[in-house]
Design a protein around this ligand. Structure first.
Ligand code: NAD
Ligand code: ZN
Length: 347
């Protein structure tokens, strides 16, 4: 089968022929419906070096945001039906620590001794015709379109988790949320905020087109550049936003997010640009929380699928057939993707 393989650090992935996987005990083989190209993949193949925090050891097939139809059940798997559609919860922890037990493999207490972080993260992912996954990581889609749903697995789940944790700040009237970075994650973040809260959503991106899309989704947009923080504060009547979400995570965006946050607000950094931010008693808003989140729980993915089925979130995406899968990554690196690029191997 064809697959997009991450072969070495700091080198562009390749499209090549590999063995079709065989599901092991407790696993299923999925015929891949959609595999989203996430900006974190760019960090994996372009930025990370061996041993760097977050680095995953090559080679493996990329794709940690996947959906598909069951093709084959591995030994011991019962109660699932060949042909049914599922979303894949990507993180895989030890399965027996406190975090994994509550369905939050992302914070596995034994992560340091695990062979991989998840599907498409050290273990073969879904940028391929077929994908081998533990049955436990499947979230049923019922009759929902698995291609349209694919990006929920990461671009949806990650903002959903970050926003849910910030809900106490956004409950009540006259609340404001800020979203920085309106790509795969950010545009879904805007929709999730609109569906879960009554807050006014303020959004910003370097790209006009992304801002226009956010406006269409009900956000108020504020352009970047000089005076941006003042303009955001103006929208909030001077008080600042109750919750900020930075889907870029660069030094300047974290500074903007924190400077725009109200006293007692919450600022969540989700983007992994990884730049430092200098916190100071005199510049940080009093009692403002500055935090980070990583992906989400399997239970939250069930909740997000419910929202999708109810029409409360609609991922924006462009599909690429398998033979153009590398173009999806080239477009992502060049900043030319709107919403998500989703590889559809069986188009
Ligand atoms: P993307 O490329 O689809 O979108 C990024 C958007 O940010 C683009 O629209 C771009 O124009 C905009 N942008 C870039 N620099 C900006 C700036 N200085 N100011 C305003 N906007 C700016 O990326 P994505 O797949 O949505 O991922 C977003 C970030 O989140 C990446 O860093 C990714 O690695 C990270 N991520 C984190 C997690 C997590 O669990 N924490 C999960 C998935 C992705
Ligand atoms: Zn990702």
């Amino acid at each position: 089968m064809r697959a997009v393989v991450f072969e070495d650090y700091q080198s562009f992935p390749t499209l090549k022929d590999v063995e079709r996987p065989v599901p092991g005990p407790g696993e299923v083989l999925l015929k891949v419906a959609g595999a989203g190209a996430c900006h974190s993949d760019v960090a994996i193949f372009r930025d990370f070096t061996a041993g760097a925090p977050g680095a995953q050891k090559p080679p493996f097939i990329l794709g940690h945001e996947n959906s598909g139809w069951i093709e084959e059940l591995g030994p011991g798997v019962e109660g699932l039906t060949v042909g049914d559609a599922f979303l894949v919860y990507g993180p895989i922890g030890c399965q027996h620590c406190r975090a994994c037990s509550r369905g939050q493999d992302t914070y596995c207490e034994n992560a340091a001794t695990q062979p991989y972080a998840g599907i498409g993260l050290g273990r073969d992912g879904g940028m391929a015709e077929y994908l081998r996954v533990p049955a436990r990581n499947l979230v049923p889609l019922g009759d929902a379109d698995p291609v349209a749903a694919a990006s929920l697995a990461d671009a949806g789940l990650t903002p959903y988790h970050a926003i849910k944790l910030a809900l106490p700040h956004l409950a009540g009237g006259g609340r404001y949320a800020l979203v920085i970075g309106l790509g795969g994650l950010g545009l879904l973040g805007v929709q999730i905020l609109r569906a879960l809260t009554g807050a006014t959503v303020i959004a910003t991106d370097l790209k006009e087109e992304a801002m226009a899309e956010a406006e269409r989704l009900g956000a108020v947009t504020v352009p970047g550049g000089e005076g941006q923080v003042e303009r955001i504060r103006e929208v909030t009547g001077g008080r600042g936003v109750d919750a900020a979400f930075d889907f870029v995570g660069a030094g300047p965006t974290i500074r903007t997010a924190m400077a725009a946050t109200a006293r007692q607000g919450r600022c969540t950094v989700v983007g992994i640009a990884g730049h430092p931010y200098e916190w100071s008693f005199f510049t940080a808003p009093y009692e403002a929380e500055l935090t980070s989140t990583y992906w989400g729980t399997i239970e939250e993915l069930y909740e997000l699928v419910d929202m999708f089925r109810a029409g409360q979130v609609t991922p924006q995406y462009t599909t690429y057939p398998m033979d153009r899968a590398l173009e999806a990554y080239r477009a992502l690196v060049a900043g030319e993707v709107s919403g998500r690029a989703v590889v559809v191997p069986h188009a």
